[in-house]
Ligand binder design. Structure first.
Ligand SMILES: [Zn+2]
Ligand SMILES: [Zn+2]
Length: 340
């Protein structure tokens, strides 16, 4: 059954209703805290483990190691938030509006090993995860013209909202543009029109000069705690060179991104004691004619803080940590414990 999106007239926000997801298997009792060491290498009940291929939809893409054993796989999400519908319809219910929830939701299984994390994988394995991201992103972008936005995301740990512990990411193509994304792209466009520069290029350039909030950098990527980080230890990974589209990430830069991602996550794991987190790759929406203002980036958002009444009431976040101090801790120049 097609899902439905309802529009809140007052907040101008969209809500997806995907009631089939209530049936999805949950393994929440096996929280990632205290993490992978407590889990088996293979779990007979896990649909992503080798030998349980009967429990997953058709394999859409696969990478393998030197011996021909699979390393990463892409499959359709069995319990998608959004499904692809040829017919997109609007519905009116009195003063309210709903629309068909159209999109495409794939799962990227990151490894055949049930209890491994990105931080424990060899570098070339992380490169294959990035390669899989790029290949699936391109496929969806080129084959589903109705899809306006594609995000890639990863949920790590019980507090991140993940339902299965086997290492995996998701890619969601959506046939509409959420207000959150429109607002960010409008802000970037306004900056570009005034300054004639891309906002994220300007941010990266300023951060590189200041070097106060830097977490890590390599040839192609700069990893930093943003100036107005919403939560403690938030990290953004942005390409140093201007690029609006994640799908243009070439082979060499895929290696650099794997290094930047693995290093940033390792710093979180070691220095902040492996917090639960979500990360999201944001790339430009389809159809923007002048794309000078769009610059893709990856945002890691740790889940160490619970959203409370003030945040819900105002939409304004309260962050108990200053980004500059967080960056120092992530670089290993200060300890998470206050100095005595
Ligand atoms: Zn598994
Ligand atoms: Zn830029």
């Amino acid at each position: 059954m097609a899902g439905i999106i309802r529009f809140n007239e007052l907040t101008q926000q969209l809500v997806v209703y995907a009631t089939d997801r209530a049936n999805r298997p949950m393994q929440k009792e096996e929280s990632r805290t205290p993490k992978t060491d407590d889990l088996p290498v293979r779990d007979v009940r896990c649909p992503f483990c080798p030998g349980n291929e009967g429990q997953i939809p058709e394999i859409l893409y696969e990478t393998s190691d030197k011996n021909g054993e699979w390393r990463t796989r892409a499959v359709l999400n069995k319990y998608p938030a959004l499904t692809y519908e040829k017919q997109i319809e609007d519905y009116k219910t009195g003063i309210y509006t709903s629309v068909t929830a159209c999109g495409r939701n794939e799962v990227i299984i990151e490894s055949p090993i049930h209890n491994i994390d990105i931080t424990q994988m060899p570098q070339e394995h992380v490169e294959q995860i990035i390669e899989t991201y790029v290949k699936r992103y391109k496929f969806i972008y080129e084959n589903y013209k109705e899809i306006q936005n594609i995000i890639i995301f990863r949920n790590h740990g019980a507090d991140s909202g993940t339902s299965l512990v086997h290492p995996h990411s998701q890619i969601a193509g959506i046939a509409f543009t959420p207000k959150y994304i429109t607002d960010k792209e409008t802000a970037a466009k306004n900056h570009y029109e005034k300054q004639n520069h891309c906002l994220i290029c300007d941010m990266v350039e300023y951060e590189m000069q200041e070097n106060e909030r830097m977490v890590y950098q390599n040839k192609a990527f700069y990893c930093f705690v943003p100036f107005a980080a919403e939560v403690p230890f938030e990290i953004w990974i942005a390409p140093k060179a201007h690029e609006g589209e994640f799908l243009n990430l070439g082979d060499k830069d895929q290696i650099e991104l794997a290094d930047a991602l693995k290093t940033s996550l390792t710093r979180l794991t070691i220095r902040i004691n492996d917090p639960d987190y979500n990360y999201v790759i944001y790339s430009g929406s389809r159809g923007e004619k002048t794309r000078g203002h769009l610059h893709w980036y990856l945002r890691i958002r740790p889940r160490t803080e619970k959203t409370a009444g003030f945040e819900i009431g105002t939409g304004v976040h309260i962050n108990p940590n200053l980004p500059e101090s967080d960056a120092k801790i992530l670089r290993g120049e200060a300890s998470i414990l206050p100095d005595r």
